[in-house]
Design a protein around this ligand. Structure first.
Ligand SMILES: Nc1ncnc2c1ncn2[C@@H]1O[C@H](COP(=O)(O)OP(=O)(O)OP(=O)(O)O)[C@@H](O)[C@H]1O
Length: 268
């Protein structure tokens, strides 16, 4: 970060913005300057004035989300799923609001991934209804990446699907990768990445278009201890920034990081 960026972030903090949100705004602003190939002070003026201007525009100012209920980002009502005669899910109710993290837990085969796919709109429920926000990021258990493409090419491709210009998609991808302590190598195809690094790519792709709702299916498989901690740090900063997160997990110590736990119990 440049001196301007850190003065900008410091001013946001001084004005009462939560640290995760302040960091996010500082990074987005730095990105905009980078896209314009301009120094931030020539583009935005003095850092402290721009911080005040941005806050009055966003009207997010010093209103912390902590404790306050945000708008509903996902609501499942009486959701059921049958595969042929087999009932996998029955009468599932779940509400997740902006600024909340929910975990879905349960035995192997109880339908956690099926439920997350229903949340994402990728699987149709047999009964019940699903209401979700428009901007959804989905991180599947098995990475939906192409072996022969590099990380940068994935950023461009997934960014294009979300209407992002190639340069912006690449710089956002690289920036999000850095938060997971990963610097993608330009010419390395995905098939040569380690399992944990491929999972980082998967996670970055899910977040690339700044979704309001993130749906993560055991997203840390293959992560080392440091990256696992970075991952939860990242979840906390999403929550601080008012995003809603749903994580499928089987790790009980993950539950200390979440606001709600939805236990699907044993397999039906
Ligand atoms: N497309 C499908 N067609 C038929 N059965 C399916 C389909 N997808 C999932 N199932 C079955 O539904 C059940 C729930 O699967 P799901 O993957 O959602 O469970 P899970 O709780 O995520 O399991 P795990 O903890 O092992 O990842 C399983 O018995 C699975 O075989």
């Amino acid at each position: 970060m440049t001196g301007w960026d850190s003065r900008f972030e410091t001013e946001l903090l001084r004005l009462g913005v939560q640290p995760g949100r302040a960091r996010q705004l500082a990074e987005e602003t730095a990105q905009q300057a980078a896209e314009c190939a301009a120094a931030p002070d020539s583009l935005f003026g003095p850092a402290h004035l721009y911080a005040r201007h941005l806050l009055s525009e966003l009207k997010t100012a010093a209103v912390p989300l902590g404790g306050a209920k945000g708008p509903v980002r996902l609501r499942l009502t009486g959701v059921g799923k049958r595969y042929r005669r087999r009932t996998v899910l029955d009468g599932v109710n779940l509400t997740v609001r902006a600024g909340e993290v929910a975990a879905i837990v349960g035995a192997n085969g109880c339908g956690k991934s099926t439920l997350l796919r229903i949340c994402a709109g990728l699987t149709r429920p047999t009964s019940g209804s699903v209401q979700r926000t428009r901007r959804v990021g989905f991180v599947p258990q098995d990475a939906g990446t192409a072996d022969w493409l590099t990380a940068d090419e994935h950023f461009t491709l997934f960014g294009a699907a979300a209407g992002m210009a190639p340069r912006r998609a690449r710089s956002t991808g690289e920036h999000l990768a850095a938060r997971l302590a990963w610097r993608p190598t330009k010419s390395q195809p995905t098939q040569h990445l380690s399992g944990g690094t491929r999972q980082k790519l998967n996670l970055v792709l899910g977040e690339l278009h700044a979704p309001d709702l993130l749906l993560l299916d055991e997203p840390y498989q293959g992560f080392d201890q440091g990256t696992y901690l970075d991952f939860w740090q990242q979840v906390h900063s999403w929550r601080d920034a008012g995003r809603a997160v749903v994580v499928v997990t089987h790790l009980l110590h993950d539950l200390q990081h979440v606001d709600h736990v939805h236990d699907l119990g044993a397999a039906q």
